[in-house]
Design a protein around this ligand. Structure first.
Ligand code: SF4
Ligand code: SF4
Ligand code: F3S
Length: 267
């Protein structure tokens, strides 16, 4: 059988809590080890790489030269525009500058996590660092958006695998998200949907309805307006998802979910 070379990947971190990377480590199928060893050729990652500091930065530059036009760039975290970008810098260079340089030579950019896709918590009011989304900075390259806080790890691996197998990006929706994973709402596949349809709602946490698995809509569930694959793929190696575990969906894959959260009552 024909063997294809693994796609080289540079995985950058901007204004991130690194939860997207942590989620990736908890992937089920493929596991993180499988994804890193058999799906992508992960050349640069601030946490997973064995090297660090100047050596790692030099290696990134070498990979950018050697695989010019052929590597995928994964961007995790928002991009600070304030204070000339110095709110987040690596090796003394503002993240935005590193991102732009790496994107210039990349085949495509994958913005992973709601911070990279929408600005996320960094961009929440009053946005003191003027955090921006990846595609506000990278305008001359396709940017695949994989939102979620964190994003579903199997979705990240799935997009890289698709690119590696077919040599092109998967079908994207009008917002740049892979249709395969963001084509349906969380509500569409929810395990509590039959209760929604029957009008059976939990009224408060721990009440009879909540314990019986009734719908969490009255507790602020945003599943009906949130596009993500949580119901189909699950979390923690497919074990469960927030709603199955008893929490309403807070819409973590949607834009401005921090500012717009009916549960926190901030708005
Ligand atoms: Fe952390 Fe969420 Fe941002 Fe990922 S999207 S870096 S998990 S805050
Ligand atoms: Fe829809 Fe949320 Fe109710 Fe599930 S819990 S059926 S996603 S409203
Ligand atoms: Fe996020 Fe809602 Fe899924 S909060 S993890 S999109 S169930």
């Amino acid at each position: 059988a024909e063997t294809r070379p693994l796609v080289p990947v540079i995985w950058l971190h901007g204004q991130a809590c690194t939860g997207c990377s942590a989620a990736f480590l908890n992937a089920g199928e493929p596991s993180a080890a499988e994804a890193i060893l058999n799906i992508m050729r992960l050349e640069y990652h601030g946490l997973f790489s064995a090297a660090s500091g100047v050596e790692l930065e030099h290696h990134r530059e070498k990979v950018m030269r050697e695989f010019r036009g052929n590597y995928l760039l994964i961007a995790e975290g928002a991009v600070p525009a304030g204070d000339q970008g110095y709110f987040c810098s690596v090796g003394g260079v503002p993240y935005g500058e590193i991102l732009k340089a790496a994107a210039k030579q990349a085949a495509a950019v994958l913005a992973i996590g709601s911070c990279a896709v929408w600005g996320g918590i960094q961009a929440a009011r009053p946005n003191p660092t003027q955090a921006a989304a990846t595609q506000q900075v990278i305008t001359n390259k396709p940017v695949v958006k994989i939102p979620g806080c964190p994003p579903i790890p199997e979705v990240i691996a799935g997009v890289v695998l698709h690119y590696s197998l077919f040599g092109q990006l998967p079908a994207l929706d009008s917002q740049g998200r892979p249709t395969r994973f963001f084509g349906k709402t969380v509500h569409a596949g929810c395990s509590r949907k039959s209760f929604f349809e029957a009008g059976q709602f939990a009224e408060y946490y721990g009440d009879k309805g909540a314990k019986a698995g009734w719908c969490l809509y009255k507790l602020g569930c945003r599943g009906p307006s949130t596009f993500n694959s949580c119901a189909a793929l699950g979390w923690w190696q497919g074990l469960s998802n927030p709603i199955q575990a008893g929490s309403p969906c807070i819409g973590c894959s949607e834009a401005d979910f921090w500012d717009d959260d009916p549960i926190s009552g901030f708005d």
